[in-house]
Design a protein around this ligand. Sequence first.
Ligand code: FAD
Length: 381
Amino acid sequence: VSAAPQDSPDVVVIGAGVIGLSIAWRAAQRGLRVLALDRGEPGGGTSRVAAGMLAPVAEATFGEQRLVEMKVRSAALWPVFAAELEAASGTSPGYLPVGTLYVGRDRDAAEALAREADFRRSLGLEIESLLPGEARRREPALAPSLRAALHLPTDHAVDPVALCAALAGAARDAGAELRSHTEVAELLVASGRVAGVRLAGGARIASPRVVVAAGAWAGELAGIPAEARVPVRPVKGQVLRLRDPAGPGLLTSVLRSEDVYVVPRGDGRYVLGASVEEKGFDTSISALATYELLRDAAEVLPGILELEIEAALAGLRPATPDNLPVIGPSAALEGLFNATGHYRNGVLLAPLTAEALAADLTSATNGVGHLSLQADPVEAR
Ligand SMILES: Cc1cc2nc3c(=O)[nH]c(=O)nc-3n(C[C@H](O)[C@H](O)[C@H](O)COP(=O)(O)OP(=O)(O)OC[C@H]3O[C@@H](n4cnc5c(N)ncnc54)[C@H](O)[C@@H]3O)c2cc1C
């Protein structure tokens, strides 16, 4: 009988969100004994709230070219990642390659959209300008008053809840152990390197490698020396889950405007998002955010007001000061690996993060030197 991971894990992963689960799966596939711990349920943190857009083009931001390149690379991994995951887990991660329509509802928005399109084209990103009539031919439920539209053929979507369930199944099948309701109280350091973790109940788990994939809470973990700590803060986002009692058909592609997005799940369910709020660890639902989301969405998709509200949710995006995720071995503490700070794009960046981290972990086990994504997010790989 081979040793169960908990007896002597090669790697402990703190946090089983989309990032920790993806790493657990990829690392277990490479033959590492992986133990992933979460104080809640796998996929129950911010990943549960995410809309699931895989949007390297829509989310391209001026001044963040390196991040844009990472997003494009991860988006390119998605079709194979989704197919492999479905085969491995036997469940669909809800990957929908439906593209995105980005619409402007008045003259100012149309001018802004033209500038956004120029910027993206200057980066070599695929984008198509549409006349409003053409956009409405593709999505008849769009408001007749729209002034401009862009088609982003490579910006797709996935259902993060189905995705996390599939990842948990695939990680377990590959040999990883996932433990729910198990809070890590402290990282253990001995002789200047990682020695394992201490759980909230007091038990210690020895491991030479620990991956911090604790999302917005990564900056709060005790035991990490100041010089190895990643500055992550929570940025609150509120979404509404909606359902069309008439079934699918209101909207096929992902829809974005300056203010809101609507993401179809393909079965009559939609996610409408999202607020962006600096409120610390607050996850309350506000009447104002709910009102603003529905008001702004109805301006571009009036039929949204016919839908039923299934749930209102708030999540905490793990943000860093420069919006770049921190992925790879810590330069300050041997045995510590970071995979956090994915801010608005953790779902999109999960395949790239997991491949990079699994490679880092494997080369660390073999004692082979390597470049990390953290040191150089784009050029290094
Ligand atoms: C409203 C909203 C919409 C979003 N939409 C998108 C989108 O469309 N596309 C996209 O790519 N991204 C989107 N995001 C961002 C995305 O959700 C995040 O980047 C991603 O979920 C981060 O994943 P994670 O695994 O790092 O964090 P999480 O999913 O939060 O996982 C971290 C886990 O760590 C656990 N944990 C923390 N501390 C401890 C501890 N001490 N011990 C044990 N366990 C611990 C938590 O319980 C949690 O389960 C959105 C976010 C929000 C809020």
